[in-house]
Write a protein of this length. Structure first.
Length: 357
């Protein structure tokens, strides 16, 4: 239960950003896994191509936002090991439960070896983001010591050099120079954590206006969309190895757009909406765990939404929107009961002893 001080100090804008980024993540999976982006029906330069890819590019920043938020909030928070245990239990809960229900319903055939992999979701990378975050968590105390003790100039200079090394140079070289796996890695999440922590420590978010951050985000999206067009144009000209794309987690513009949204949302004053947002925000991660479970993705998402391209443009957009909202709401509804179960079992209290030493 939150104290009055915690409620007063809580940044509901950041909570709202968590919610919106989860909508974006569902968007990404519907467009990519759902078969829309890879469909031959999506013609380069068509209205549907433009709309679908703008939605994709706007949503692409979601993962960066999530990691930036971790640093922004985490730099001033105590690193509780009970939190990672509870989060692991949540991941394992859905990983195992969804597989067993699917087996019981005849959706997939039970296999002992497969079952064991679902019992250890981190070791078997069932969810790449959680695997990367799990590793990052144990570095957070060290990162926080550095963030808290280094001088402003030292941190600023270090972050500038890190961005050059892991974001700008790979873009110029058009390759994964330092094996950040284009952002699908613990290393990239650590970079984002440091940047988010730097912004949070020095309250840099208050130095920039909301309008400026919104404009920065729009400019970044425009540049990313332009790079997409250039890449596709070069392919039409027979240049298959043209890789100078900004549509990547580690691209400079994607990093900037994530920072812009972090700053923008941290400045929002939401008033009476705060209680609703603070209720939804902690449940959002489970939306990812549920719809991105391998069984759910392969059986109910993969290739299932290509048919939206057969609809008129307006209906296509409405169908995508309704699908994303439905998946989000179903995930929140399910996780509400999971949260109630965990409270009944008093798991938070059970593991609280870990943080006393």
């Amino acid at each position: 239960m939150q104290t009055d001080l915690e409620i007063k100090n809580r940044n509901y804008g950041i909570d709202l950003l968590r919610i919106i980024t989860m909508f974006m993540i569902v968007n990404l999976h519907i467009l990519y896994h759902g078969g829309i982006l890879s469909s031959e029906k999506l013609y380069f330069g068509s209205t549907k191509f433009n709309i679908v890819w703008i939605i994709e590019i706007v949503s692409y920043v979601a993962v960066n936002c999530y990691a930036l938020i971790s640093g922004f909030v985490g730099v001033n928070s105590k690193n509780k090991y009970s939190n990672i245990i509870l989060l692991w239990l949540r991941v394992a809960f859905y990983s195992i439960l969804i597989y067993l229900i699917a087996c019981k319903c005849g959706v997939v055939e039970y296999d002992y070896n497969t079952f064991i992999t679902y019992c250890f979701p981190v070791l078997n990378t069932k969810y790449w983001y959680f695997t990367a975050y799990f590793c990052l968590f144990f570095f957070m105390p060290i990162l926080n010591v550095g963030l808290q003790n280094l001088k402003y100039e030292q941190l600023r200079n270090a972050i500038i050099m890190i961005i050059i090394v892991v974001s700008i140079l790979p873009f110029i070289y058009a390759g994964d120079v330092f094996h950040c796996k284009n952002g699908y890695s613990f290393v990239w999440l650590m970079v984002l954590y440091i940047i988010g922590g730097f912004i949070g420590k020095y309250n840099l978010n208050i130095k920039f206006s909301k309008i400026l951050m919104l404009l920065l985000f729009i400019v970044c999206v425009a540049l990313e969309f332009g790079s997409l067009y250039l890449t596709n144009y070069m392919k039409l000209k027979g240049v298959e190895n043209f890789k100078y794309t900004l549509v990547s987690y580690t691209s400079p513009t994607m990093l900037l757009s994530g920072i812009a949204l972090l700053v923008l949302f941290s400045k929002l004053k939401l008033g009476f909406l705060g209680k609703i947002i603070s209720f939804l925000s902690p449940l959002c991660f489970s939306v990812y765990l549920i719809h991105e479970h391998k069984v759910i993705r392969n059986k109910y998402i993969a290739g299932q939404f290509e048919r939206f391209l057969d609809y008129p443009t307006k209906e296509m957009v409405i169908s995508i929107t309704i699908t994303v909202i439905s998946i989000f709401c179903i995930g929140i509804f399910i996780d509400f009961f999971r949260e109630c179960l965990f409270k009944i079992l008093r798991l938070k209290k059970l593991f609280s002893f870990i943080d006393k030493n």
